[in-house]
Design a binder for this molecule. Structure first.
Ligand SMILES: Cc1cc2nc3c(=O)[nH]c(=O)nc-3n(C[C@H](O)[C@H](O)[C@H](O)COP(=O)(O)OP(=O)(O)OC[C@H]3O[C@@H](n4cnc5c(N)ncnc54)[C@H](O)[C@@H]3O)c2cc1C
Length: 366
């Protein structure tokens, strides 16, 4: 009978899972290669919906950089501005957020081992250990997934981003998204204000693009945001990647995948924190039932797909639409004010759950 859990990867998803398991009284150890939990410079900030975050009951106030109540969408020089009555999303410092989650996991009794990057051989040894459940929470290029022989991820987005300080930002409550075939193949460029003077500028392109993310980023800066930056200089530039398709399977014998390792992100935006942590919640319940009552681990696979499958498929459909039909997407964005699309999103927009948004649309007058 298995009795303990080893988690590879102390990102937000792995740490939240460790916290949930330890709170259930499970013996859990989590390993990460980084020496300092705050060391996450490639994804320094994260935008999360307030509604999505609420359910996890995490006091994230120490990590709060900014609150957003608006978004401006640009497609082929057409623009839609959406403003909500109150802030809908938060911008968090990811390093401090990870520190908060690590504190919660340790307080609940989890053992967190930093500076422990596990190589292929060690992971293969852990897979063979029938006494424990092994969780791959090791991000976009998961060593656990490849060592255990899981199918690959079909599509990744390659990102490049920089933070510019010393600016004067006109509307520090709005993020901006820029869609264009010219610089953002199958994804988009973005600006996210951290405050009235610091702005994150980033870009993602599909890994099927015939250019590098850095070259595409320079083109984005020149075509769209040069004037905003003025004389400000970047304080740190980073390249990274996000999976935007799910693995066919996320459970194999005693091995479970969660978060980016499983491809649990929204293909429209690449956002993976809320979905990953929501799936970690389900993983914690399934692993606990497996260890305590001998339930099958495959329940996790069934439960997360049935709970979030519809929303993830709707994200896939929206992503396929905007990345293949720029002309028609630009037309709708240009017509937004006339047809009331901006007011609809301002009132009912939900960055996590398109199905809830559709439901609200049809029931709004009730
Ligand atoms: C530029 C960029 C911007 C983003 N913005 C947002 C956003 O605004 N909102 C949002 O929701 N999502 C965003 N995302 C996506 C989000 O970062 C991921 O979905 C999220 O980090 C997934 O968390 P995770 O814990 O699964 O993986 P990760 O955060 O990638 O953590 C994996 C951990 O595993 C460790 N690790 C890897 N291999 C090993 C090994 N062999 N041994 C030990 N440790 C190992 C790594 O050090 C790392 O700490 C963004 C991603 C990028 C690249």
């Amino acid at each position: 009978m298995r009795s303990k859990v080893s988690i590879v990867g102390a990102g937000a998803v792995g740490l939240y899972l460790a916290y949930k398991l330890a709170s259930d009284g499970i013996d859990v150890t989590i390993y990460d290669g980084k020496r300092n939990i705050r060391d996450r410079s490639d994804t320094a900030s994260g935008i999360l919906s307030k509604r999505g975050l609420e359910r996890f009951k995490i006091d994230y106030s120490a990590a709060l950089l900014n609150e957003l109540d608006g978004v401006v969408i640009h497609v082929n020089r057409k623009t839609m501005k959406v403003k909500a009555a109150e802030p809908r999303a938060v911008v968090l410092d990811r390093g401090i957020f990870a520190e908060i989650l690590m504190g919660m996991a340790e307080d609940a009794g989890a053992e967190v081992l930093l500076g422990k990057r596990l190589g292929k051989e060690k992971i293969a040894e852990m897979i063979m250990d029938n006494e424990s459940v092994l969780v791959g929470a090791d991000g976009a290029v998961s060593a656990v997934a490849s060592a255990a022989g899981f199918d690959g991820i079909r599509e990744y987005v390659l990102t490049y981003k920089a933070v510019f300080d010393g600016m004067s930002i006109e509307d520090c409550g709005s993020a901006e998204l820029f869609f264009s075939k010219s610089f953002a193949h199958r994804f988009f460029g973005w600006t996210v204000p951290y405050s009235g003077s610091a702005l994150e500028i980033g870009l993602g392109i599909s890994d099927s693009a015939k250019t590098s993310s850095k070259t595409a980023f320079s083109r984005f800066i020149n075509e769209e945001v040069k004037d905003k930056i003025g004389m400000a200089r970047p304080i740190g530039e980073h390249a990274s990647m996000i999976p935007i398709s799910r693995r066919k399977k996320t459970v194999k014998e005693n091995v479970v995948l969660v978060g980016d390792a499983a491809g649990q992100t929204k293909s429209t935006t690449g956002g993976g924190l809320i979905f990953g942590m929501a799936c970690a919640d389900i993983a914690a319940k399934s692993i606990t039932a497996h260890l305590r009552k001998g339930a099958k681990l495959s329940a996790y696979e069934r439960m997360w797909r049935s709970r979030y499958g519809l929303d993830l498929r709707l994200h896939d459909a929206l992503h396929a639409y905007y990345s293949n039909f720029y002309g028609s997407f630009g037309f709708f964005i240009g017509m937004a004010e006339t047809i009331g699309l901006d007011r609809f999103f301002g009132r009912y927009g939900d960055m996590d759950s398109p199905s809830l948004m559709i439901k609200r649309f049809f029931t709004r007058s009730v």
